[in-house]
Design a protein around this ligand. Structure first.
Ligand code: PMP
Length: 388
């Protein structure tokens, strides 16, 4: 959720509000604009720059693979695709051990919904208030917000049944014999890094098991290390039947994954899912390099360390400025006394990028997983000045 940019004209469709920054180079947590000015990036290209901008290991992997075999579709096997499948599922909790690669968060979620409908033979989805799942018609139908749902309604797609977050009684009523899936973000990104209660997720898991409904985690924003564990499923200690990832998975190279269990996979055969670009060799090289950097540079430890620093530092500004901090790891929402959009603008004057949310009082932080303690201090200092 960004601020309108009156300079956006010309041949591009006018569908994006943009911040007034024109980056031409990025390194780590920093962007450089056309005038050579440096910007501290606590927005991370919308939680995408997991290993920081232009990590040399990721850049080299992309360049080398592009020179070898830039692309071939899944019509032919490729060793990197197989290696990535093994490495990615090894980082997911048991029994999530099967993966399908595609290109974007919405595509991953749409495929997850296909799996649920196929397995259960039912069609309805239950989703949460504040949930945000993508822009294809099937994902608009499960996203909160009238302007999104209207798009699905216009296309004739049945809308999800929406329930309030953390409300197990409402969930119990909603999960009837027509429901194929419960779709949730363990940490709701667009809603302002709102983390669900572990009790709710545990209860949801039990109800889904009882009623043979698939539990799907949309970890497009909160996955790939962002919570301080590789998956949010591990962070919350509740494992879904299907888990989707995208954004940070290949550090900015388009790549998404649908991870599932052998039980779900047993219902699939050749031709049931597909994607021309999904799991292409260069995307796989970028994702493998991203996983290697997350492991080799102990970025999950860094996420936990810096998250605690940001949380404590923000709360230390006092309740007249920061009412509370929500979220996990490096997907944090600072609940402010002032409208977050105003604070975001004031931070931009200090050349610091942050995000807002559908909740107008919440400033969203989603910096690279490599955000350093020194960079966190700079961000907190800028925040302290702006909130004076
Ligand atoms: N799910 C979540 C939780 C998201 O945050 C987003 C993107 N903001 C999506 C799905 C859609 O991802 P994409 O834009 O890659 O389709």
């Amino acid at each position: 959720m960004l601020t309108a940019n009156p300079t956006l004209d010309g041949a591009l469709l006018p569908v994006y509000a943009q911040l007034p920054v024109r980056p031409v180079r990025g390194r780590g947590s920093w962007l450089e604009d056309e005038n050579g000015e440096r910007w501290l990036d606590a927005y991370g290209g919308h939680a995408v720059a997991s290993t920081g901008h232009c990590h040399p290991v990721v850049v080299r992997a992309i360049a080398e693979q592009a020179a070898e075999l830039l692309f071939y579709s899944t019509a032919l096997a490729h060793p990197l695709r197989e290696r990535l499948a093994t490495e990615l599922t090894a980082r997911c909790p048991h029994p999530l051990s099967k993966v399908f690669f595609c290109n974007s968060g919405a595509e991953a979620n749409e495929n997850a919904l296909h799996l649920a409908r196929r397995l259960t033979g039912r069609s309805l989805c239950v989703s949460l208030q504040g949930g945000w799942h993508g822009r294809t018609v099937a994902t608009l139908a499960v996203t909160d917000g009238e302007k999104y749902r209207a798009g699905a309604r216009a296309a004739g797609i049945p809308l999800s049944r929406q329930i309030p977050v953390n409300d197990l009684h409402a969930l119990e009523r909603a999960l009837d014999a027509d429901v194929a899936a419960l779709l949730v973000e363990p940490v709701q990104g667009m809603a302002g890094a709102r983390d669900l209660s572990p009790d709710f997720l545990r209860g949801a898991r039990a109800l889904c098991d009882q009623r043979n409904v698939l539990l799907i985690y949309d970890e497009v924003q909160c996955g790939v290390g962002r919570t301080g564990h590789f998956t949010a499923a591990e962070s919350f200690a509740v494992v879904p039947d299907v888990l989707t990832m995208a954004k940070g998975l290949a550090s900015g190279f388009p790549m998404a994954a649908v991870v599932t269990t052998p039980r779900v996979a047993a219902h699939l055969s050749v031709g049931d899912l597909g994607s021309t670009f999904g799991g292409g060799p260069t995307a796989c090289a970028a994702a493998l390099a991203t996983l290697a950097v997350i492991t080799d540079e102990r970025l999950l430890d860094n996420v936990r360390l810096v998250s605690e620093q940001l949380r404590r530092g923000a709360l230390a500004l006092g309740p007249t400025r920061v009412v509370g901090v929500q979220g996990r790891g490096l997907l944090l929402g600072l609940r402010l006394q002032r409208p977050a959009a105003e604070v975001q603008q004031a931070l931009l004057k200090k050349r610091v990028l942050t995000g807002t949310a559908s909740d107008a009082q919440v400033l969203r932080l989603m910096p690279p997983l490599s955000f350093s303690t020194a960079e966190a201090e700079l961000l907190l200092a800028a925040l302290a000045e702006v909130l004076q």
